[in-house]
Design a binder for this molecule. Structure first.
Ligand code: GDP
Length: 294
């Protein structure tokens, strides 16, 4: 995951190692390399600036230069600031109600349908029953795909033949869940290749009429800055409760993961780490910071 970000950050911090006492100058060099590593990872520039200002301030404030192990202390400062940048997070799905409704949205290809299946599987492992709802009526293949996914994780799929109104499908599905002892309803809404007005209006109407307990955006972590931009646009329309970032097993550079919370204020809830149904991890800022710094 993020091989180049990890490598570059480690190299930057390693460059300070074994220098005995650090000087002001070589610490500045080290910090500049940290900054370059973040820019190269496609972290949004204002985020890089803010991050570096905090790291520098902390490093100076803690008198890193005068400490016994200045390099280790600087690693500690970067680690702590990465946690601040990525968090706070709460990976719980809050499934306390009799029927909890989760609304999933995202651009086409982001991994929304796959993630619906992964969540249904996860919910199943917690001893609860999930219902996957085919509310993406844009593409007939999407309904079929959801059935395949549902079958592979042993979750029921709610779909209506020849349906044309996704709002009615969602309403009927919630009713079905209440009548059939299902605990969690997962709405797989329509995606588009790019953000458009019609899509946003449809999603806003579902949000208003169904009143989901939580609304999650699925974004493709490989798309870097675009992932952050789409998170901004969806959050403006829907007030998201969380982001699920997929495809972090690929050669994602890491920028989107590092920028999204800072830019949108929306926490990352889960990350997708494979195309298989068990490839979903709850997101913990401290673990991720540790993974990045190695
Ligand atoms: P949707 O259009 O948003 O519903 O996207 P899909 O769920 O159909 O996913 C698009 C493609 O991304 C499929 O080939 C999935 O197998 C793949 N995919 C989804 N999530 C992940 C992930 O976390 N890692 C990898 N490697 N592939 C993923």
């Amino acid at each position: 995951m993020f091989a180049s970000l990890q490598d570059n950050l480690r190299t930057a911090l390693k460059s300070l190692r074994g220098k005995g006492k650090l000087t002001d100058a070589n610490m500045r060099d080290g910090l500049r390399m940290v900054e370059e590593a973040m820019i190269e990872a496609d972290v949004a520039y204002p985020v890089v600036q803010d991050f570096m200002a905090r790291v520098s301030e902390e490093a100076m404030g803690q008198k890193v230069l005068k400490s016994l192990n200045p390099d280790q202390q600087l690693v500690g400062v970067v680690h702590e600031q990465l946690i601040q940048l990525l968090g706070p997070v709460d990976p719980s799905l809050h499934l306390e109600k009799d029927v909890t409704v989760l609304m999933m949205c995202g651009l086409q290809g982001a991994g929304k349908t796959t993630t619906c299946g992964k969540l249904a599987r996860l919910i199943g492992t917690e001893g609860k029953k999930a219902l996957l709802v085919a509310a993406d009526l844009q593409r007939p293949a999407a309904v079929q795909q959801l059935h395949v996914v549902g079958e592979s994780v042993g979750a029921k799929v709610y779909s209506e033949e020849n349906a044309s109104d996704p709002i009615a499908v969602c309403q009927n599905a919630v009713k079905f869940a209440r009548e059939n002892g299902i605990n969690v309803v997962i709405l797989d809404t329509a995606g588009r290749l790019a953000i458009d007005e019609e899509l946003m209006e449809q999603l806003k109407t579902i949000d208003r009429k169904i009143g989901p307990d939580q609304c999650f955006l699925v974004v493709d972590g490989m798309t870097g800055q675009d992932a952050v931009n789409s998170a901004k646009a969806f959050n403006d329309a829907l007030e998201l409760d969380g982001v699920i970032m997929t495809k972090l097993d690929g050669d994602a550079r890491g920028g989107a993961l590092l920028s999204v919370k800072h830019v949108t204020g929306v926490p990352i809830k889960f990350i997708g780490i494979s195309e298989h149904m068990d490839g979903l991890e709850p997101f913990y800022a401290d673990r991720m910071a540790g993974r990045i710094l190695g």
